[in-house]
Design a protein around this ligand. Structure first.
Ligand code: URA
Length: 236
């Protein structure tokens, strides 16, 4: 397909305007600047406009981002702080899947699939999230691990049973399926261990793995298919 037509089909602008965008030197194909709007491109070509990848209209986009501290997980921030959406290539509207506190690091998903985002975050679907918490106070004791597993009393009610593992004297891994505000921090505080550092290492079937902090990767089509089937199999 001709490059200008490809850009127009992806919703960049009208065909005419796309021809001008190409002639203006704003488009690259496979990393090479291209100024010929008639240049032939195929589905496997990485096309960028102003350094941003474009996606075909209707394409499913899911990014896994390792959010650094200091970045907010809303789409926009009235205070002008950096957002998770600003850290990934933006070709269209992206929804952050759930929230992490500004000082929490780790795995957050962003997608253009509203229904997927809804199913991954609605409490009814009980999607598990795993956090690694470095905590203050004395060494974490078995009784505290047990209390976290069984549920602790918070001001908004008792927490559901959780999976909890001690990684070292001051580090625990905790898996919850609720998504209350500051839940892990409040749970740890309730057993006498204020959280010093918090990182999300897994979300549903997806792991943070070795994705470096501040970096993102786009899930492959197969991974998106698997995620959608996994989500569809959750009971309502
Ligand atoms: N629990 C918290 O306390 N903070 C987060 O960011 C996520 C879970």
């Amino acid at each position: 397909m001709r490059l200008a037509k490809h850009l127009a089909a992806a919703g960049v602008a009208s065909r005419r305007a796309c021809e001008a965008i190409v002639r203006d030197g704003r488009v690259s194909v496979g990393g090479q600047l291209v100024t010929d709007p008639a240049r032939d491109v195929g589905p496997g070509d990485a096309v960028q406009v102003d350094g941003r990848p474009i996606t075909a209209r209707g394409e499913r986009v899911v990014y896994a981002l390792n959010k650094p501290a200091g970045v907010v997980s809303t789409a926009r921030d009235p205070q002008g702080r950096p957002t998770v959406v600003s850290m990934v290539p933006q070709t269209e509207r992206l929804y952050p899947v759930g929230r992490l506190d500004i000082d929490t690091n780790g795995l957050i998903l962003l997608t253009n699939q509203g229904e997927l985002a809804h199913r991954l975050t609605h409490p009814r679907f009980e999607v598990e999230k795993t956090y690694r918490a470095v905590v203050g106070g004395p060494s974490v004791r078995d009784a505290e691990l047990r209390a976290l597993r069984e549920g602790v009393e918070l001001e908004d009610g008792r927490t559901a049973p959780a999976r909890v593992q001690r990684i070292s004297a001051d580090t625990i891994e905790i898996t919850i399926h609720e998504g209350r505000k500051r839940q892990v921090k409040r749970m740890c505080e309730a057993v006498g261990h204020p959280v010093k550092r918090l990182e999300r290492v897994a979300f549903g079937p997806l792991q943070l793995g070795d994705l470096p902090r501040g970096r993102w990767r786009r899930l492959t089509d197969t991974e998106v298919d698997e995620l959608m089937s996994w989500v569809a199999s959750r009971r309502e």
